[in-house]
Design a binder for this molecule. Structure first.
Ligand code: HEM
Length: 150
């Protein structure tokens, strides 16, 4: 198969699905890279979320690369991300209001950076993943032993 110019820009384990999604959403890896970088520029200076990331991420470049791969996998089914987001969040000191803030910043950035159908696509995915991550956080908090029992 001869790759289209857009597809050549997005390495994928599932080239046909990725090509279809790129076509439907107008997204590609360059746009997703801009989305991730601009979003975390906002997160890092945010009064609510910034301190949570600051204490856990010292080297931002690998995190940003991982997040570009994550969004490429989520939005374009490229299969580039291999990780377990639930584990990374289960022990964070967060409640639903933190996810709402995260989603506010993500929506603002997606609308600025992505074509309209692409913005809707990534926002839908972010909203549904936020609900799953929040449930995982709640689950961990519910099963955590109170300090006087440890
Ligand atoms: C309350 C909101 C959130 C906070 C405070 C938060 C915080 C963090 C932190 C601190 C890390 C780094 C963990 C580490 O390396 O030890 C991380 C990783 C990550 N986050 Fe979030 N996050 C939030 C919401 C989300 C949402 C909504 C998504 C997806 C839509 C997401 C996707 C990811 C992914 C994919 C990783 C990388 C996991 C890995 O493979 O290591 N996060 N997050």
């Amino acid at each position: 198969m001869t790759a289209t110019p857009a597809l050549r820009a997005t390495a994928s384990l599932r080239p046909e699905q990725t090509a279809r999604l790129m076509d439907e959403t107008g997204l590609d890896d360059d746009i997703l890279r801009r989305l991730v970088h601009r979003f975390y520029d906002r997160v890092r200076v945010d009064l609510v979320l910034g301190p949570i990331f600051d204490t856990r991420i010292t080297d931002w470049e690998p995190h940003l690369e991982r997040m570009v791969a994550f969004w490429s996998s989520v939005a374009l089914m490229s299969g580039r991300y291999h990780g377990v987001p639930v584990t990374a969040h289960a022990n964070l000191p967060v409640e639903w209001s933190h996810f709402e803030r995260w989603l506010d910043l993500f929506r603002q950035t997606a609308v600025e950076v992505c074509p309209p159908r692409g913005a809707t696509h990534v926002i839908d995915r972010a909203e549904s993943i936020s609900k799953s991550l929040h449930m995982a956080v709640q689950d961990t908090q519910r099963h955590r032993c109170p300090p006087h029992l440890t």
